[in-house]
Ligand binder design. Structure first.
Ligand SMILES: Cc1ncc(COP(=O)(O)O)c(C=O)c1O
Length: 293
């Protein structure tokens, strides 16, 4: 599924191949059917990686209705759900359709980066089948990691750390949004995530974020080109930025550099106003917006 814009409708439609199948809800309606071609729907409804956008309750409900009609399971992958900085919590898809949803969570965003231990919430009969598969693969997740996570939660450290992470990341999100507003040339737009780690930038059609990558990297700024998130390699005028990792000083240098690189890429084609922006000479190292956790 593609991560376009601040809404789900077009991309869901693309994925299911149902031109005209959606009515703005983000979910296929009416005559669209997968005709037994799919076993389950995979979705990242909260602060999606890579787009940063979140499904509304109405979209979740419509997805559930569709899954029920088609008799499909839903895999609700939600490793960023606990990292909400603004807006009210929206019910999980699992809570709307527990009989057919697997809800996935992860400690890697709320305990320590790289701590790849997670959890699944699902009906017992689904979990039992997963246990069998997991045992066949590697018996169970590392027991030592499980003890660490249990201690982290049981001691209250998880709640304390989460509150600190949310404050820290909220400040960084707000700062990056303000920098984009300040430095980006006309014609560039971006999502405004209520949580998570990423936002999604759309450049004017014709600017190729894959083609401009080497130059940007040499100038000291990195990002993930958006087309890598599309099966067909389309949407070459998009990119994913991470806002949680960098210190604020480097973030400002990075956004200025990125804006300058975008103007440079656009200058030949006169896509946007190419007013020159002074390059930040102090940014000697790469300002990495591409980070995952
Ligand atoms: C949507 C999504 N699911 C799963 C993962 C991986 O989670 P974990 O760190 O638990 O392997 C990531 C990123 O790390 C992600 O963005």
């Amino acid at each position: 599924m593609g991560p376009d814009g601040d809404k789900w409708s077009e991309t869901t439609q693309e994925t299911l191949g149902g031109a005209g199948a959606t009515a703005g809800s983000g979910v296929p309606q009416g005559a669209v059917t997968l005709k037994g071609r799919a076993k389950f729907i995979y979705i990242v409804p909260d602060f999606c990686n890579p787009s940063g956008i979140t499904m509304t309750l109405e979209e979740r409900q419509a997805l559930v209705d569709f899954a029920r009609r088609e008799d499909l399971l839903i895999v609700e992958d939600s490793p960023y759900r606990e990292l909400r900085y603004s807006g009210a919590d929206i019910p999980t898809i699992y809570s709307l359709a527990p009989e057919r949803t697997l809800h996935l969570g992860s400690f890697s965003k709320i305990f320590a980066p790289g701590f790849r231990l997670g959890w699944i919430i699902a009906e017992p009969q689904l979990l039992e089948q997963i246990f069998v598969c997991k045992q066949a693969l590697d018996l169970c997740p590392p027991v030592f990691d499980q003890y660490l996570a249990a201690e982290f939660m049981g001691s209250g450290a998880l709640d304390r750390n989460l509150a600190k992470s949310i404050d820290l990341y909220r400040g960084k999100r707000d700062y990056m949004l303000s920098l984009l507003e300040k430095y980006m040339p006309a014609g560039v737009s971006w999502t405004h995530p209520d949580g998570g780690l990423f936002l999604w930038v759309t450049l004017p059609e014709g600017i190729d974020t894959v083609a401009m990558y080497d130059s940007a990297l040499a100038a000291g700024v990195a990002y993930v080109a958006g087309s890598f998130f599309y099966l067909d390699g389309s949407h070459r005028n998009t990119m994913r930025l991470n806002f949680s990792y960098l210190a604020k000083e480097r973030m400002e240098a990075g956004v200025r550099l990125l804006a300058s690189e975008i103007r440079k890429a656009a200058s030949g084609s006169q896509i946007i106003d190419t007013q020159s922006v002074a390059k930040n000479k102090s940014a000697k190292n790469s300002d990495l917006f591409s980070g995952n956790h």
